[in-house]
Design a protein around this ligand. Structure first.
Ligand code: SF4
Length: 364
């Protein structure tokens, strides 16, 4: 097995992305077979444990409080509600539960303690637990690790250059810092991005440079196709073509051979044939459940029928890494520090985000 390369350049990645399709697919499928079982796909269930009301201005996100969308906000779910949903996910074949909260960053206190309890509860169900809670400090990452967290998701979204065209309320470097904080623990890193936000192919390559030059590379990389939601700044973006998705998946597979490449948002727009080509190109993870936080996703039964048709099996939990132990809150060796880290607040404004914000003020 060849050693993973950590110094990919944008030019090298573009050369791969732009190869004749058959050559690209063949190369990606070959790399895939060297590192993974091509008939096994990891299934995750994404659960929105706290929906809407987010202070950030991510141009693609219906949960940002400043835009007017159909998303109804909810307070943090209870541990019992989360446990019930996790059990349901487990019985329908998911090996991982990913809990998402629409927060800019984690704040120490009751709500975070409740999330830690959710992590303990799901880990005890022998499922992989992932959280996506926004920016976190090293201390918060340690506390999550101690509770039994398996993965932390924090997407880079796009290239550093294009990031500034989508989000103005925090900087790309904040993303990297959170990933770095997670890396100081034994929690695995899940980080990817979104295509179809109006970025150039060079930006897609730029994002892949940022991800693939992390050492170690993220254990999972979700590739999302933008779901353009009415009321968000990106509501008028045309859907990307399946060929872009296939090229993105194949390129990600080649440059990050060990990573689980996850087909994420946008699957409802893909045919089974399109998804099958993505699996052939090296995707080996999906999100199950009829909703991805707030946007639609194929029905679980539809996915199971597709697995049967393609001869795919759902991956068992803890195949790639051992199950972490759960330390109870009373035995924790980490105190809540109540830190107020200086996450950046960039000064620039993004015109389309401002337009969407003004429109929302009129509607609300
Ligand atoms: S993507 Fe996350 S941080 Fe950005 S607005 Fe949505 S919930 Fe907030």
């Amino acid at each position: 097995m060849s050693e993973t390369k950590h110094n990919w350049t944008k030019e090298e990645i573009l050369n791969i992305y732009n190869k004749p399709l058959m050559e690209l697919l063949y190369e990606a499928a070959t790399v895939h077979r060297l590192h993974h079982d091509p008939n096994t796909v990891q299934v995750s269930t994404l659960l929105s444990i706290k929906t809407g009301g987010c202070p950030e201005d991510c141009g693609y996100c219906p949960q940002a409080a400043r835009y007017h969308t159909n998303v109804e906000g909810n307070d943090l779910m209870s541990v019992q509600q989360v446990k019930a949903q996790a059990l349901r996910a487990k019985s329908s074949g998911s090996s991982r539960v990913c809990m998402g909260a629409a927060w800019r960053n984690v704040k120490d206190g009751e709500e975070f303690d409740q999330v830690l309890e959710m992590v303990r509860t799901i880990n005890k169900l022998d499922m992989e637990v992932c959280c996506t809670l926004g920016m976190i400090t090293e201390n918060q990452a340690q506390r999550l690790a101690e509770a039994g967290l398996y993965a932390y998701n924090h997407n880079l979204d796009s290239s550093e250059e294009y990031y500034k065209e989508v989000i103005s309320t925090r900087g790309f470097e904040d993303r990297l810092e959170t990933i770095d904080n997670v890396r100081k623990t034994n929690v695995t890193v899940c980080s990817g991005g979104i295509i179809g936000m109006g970025e150039k192919v060079e930006d897609r390559a730029g994002m892949l440079v940022a991800l693939s030059t992390l050492n170690p590379q993220p254990e999972s990389v979700p590739i999302n196709a933008l779901v353009a939601v009415e009321g968000t700044p990106l509501e008028d973006q045309e859907p990307i073509s399946i060929w872009d998705m296939i090229r993105m998946v194949a390129t990600t597979r080649i440059i990050m051979p060990e990573t689980q490449v996850r087909l994420s948002a946008g699957r409802t727009e893909m045919t089974r044939e399109g998804q099958a080509m993505c699996f052939f190109a090296g995707a080996n993870s999906i999100f199950a459940g009829d909703k991805l936080l707030t946007t639609p996703n194929p029905d679980v039964n539809e996915d199971m029928k597709m697995f049967e048709l393609l001869g795919l099996n759902a991956q068992k939990p803890f195949i790639k890494k051992m199950q972490p132990e759960t330390v109870e809150a009373t035995d924790s060796k980490y105190q809540a520090l109540g830190e107020k880290p200086k996450w950046t607040r960039p000064e620039h404004t993004i015109e389309r985000n401002e337009v969407a914000k003004q429109k929302a003020k009129v509607v609300k």
